[in-house]
Design a protein around this ligand. Structure first.
Ligand SMILES: Nc1ncnc2c1ncn2[C@@H]1O[C@H](COP(=O)(O)OP(=O)(O)OP(=O)(O)O)[C@@H](O)[C@H]1O
Length: 241
């Protein structure tokens, strides 16, 4: 079994606030791993450190079992929480830009842009300027940009925020399809019905992973109806000590 991503003993502080406190996690190839936690728990910071966009104060990150290299970064697809799109360009031009910086060109690039645009149901909107897009359309375009170079590992930070339930469901079908093709996905979410679709979840609270495992096994272990209740149970246990 190979590990597309491994973070060991990660610590991060912003000024005197401890944001990550000895976090370790290892993703297995071909799994969907959900990073769950209340607002401010440190999910985005963790994802950014795993990606190399933020530096940990201490700890170690490996991508595809090596210290991160530029080549390894080319195998990543990142969808940030806020859309990093060019508003004055069309959706097509945006995808063309992201495909080009990943070294794609010619017919392959054009075909791939059509493919990813269809996958997120924006194929009819490719000529429109992004400034005319709704929030949900921008989210979908950001996802298409993360998919365009066929990465092996996806880091998706709240990919479905602001999307209606139908589109959300379709995107999850797409995530399962990507997984079926061998991709590994780490996804942050607040949406509890999405949690159940993950192979494993890590519960992040105040900068620590307080529980990790398959959603069903976790809820059974804690004897609670939902993953959300695990946070409450652990908090109550902590308060008793
Ligand atoms: N660049 C920064 N400078 C200072 N503080 C920061 C910075 N980035 C994040 N923080 C703080 O670190 C904490 C964790 O933030 P982070 O964005 O990782 O949380 P999150 O779990 O992703 O939250 P959300 O679900 O709301 O996106 C927050 O208190 C945030 O204010």
């Amino acid at each position: 079994m190979s590990y597309p991503i491994k973070g060991e003993h990660l610590h991060k502080r912003f000024k005197n606030q401890i944001v990550l406190d000895d976090v370790s996690l290892t993703l297995q190839e071909g799994e969907i791993y959900g990073l769950i936690g209340p607002s401010g728990a440190g999910k985005t910071t963790l994802v950014r450190i795993l990606l190399g966009l933020e530096k940990a104060d201490s700890g170690r990150v490996e991508l595809f079992e090596q210290r991160p290299t530029l080549n390894a970064f080319r195998s990543l697809g990142y969808m940030a929480q806020s859309d990093a799109l060019y508003n004055e360009l069309s959706a097509y031009q945006n995808l063309e830009f992201f495909a080009s910086i990943q070294g794609m060109h010619g017919k392959e690039k054009r075909q791939r842009i059509d493919e990813v645009a269809k996958a997120v149901e924006l194929d009819q909107d490719l000529k429109k300027n992004v400034s005319n897009f709704s929030g949900g359309m921008k989210r979908r375009l950001s996802l298409a940009a993360a998919l365009v170079h066929r990465p092996r590992l996806y880091l998706l930070d709240e990919p479905t925020v602001g999307l209606d339930p139908m589109i959300r469901r379709k995107l999850w079908t797409l995530f399962h399809y990507l997984k079926g093709k061998g991709a590994t996905i780490i996804v942050t979410t607040h949406v509890m019905d999405e949690v159940a679709q993950c192979d494993r979840v890590g519960l992040l609270s105040e900068g620590k992973i307080i529980a990790e495992g398959a959603p069903k096994a976790l809820t059974e272990h804690y004897g609670v109806p939902s993953v959300e209740d695990i946070f409450i149970t652990i908090e109550k246990e902590g308060a008793k000590k």
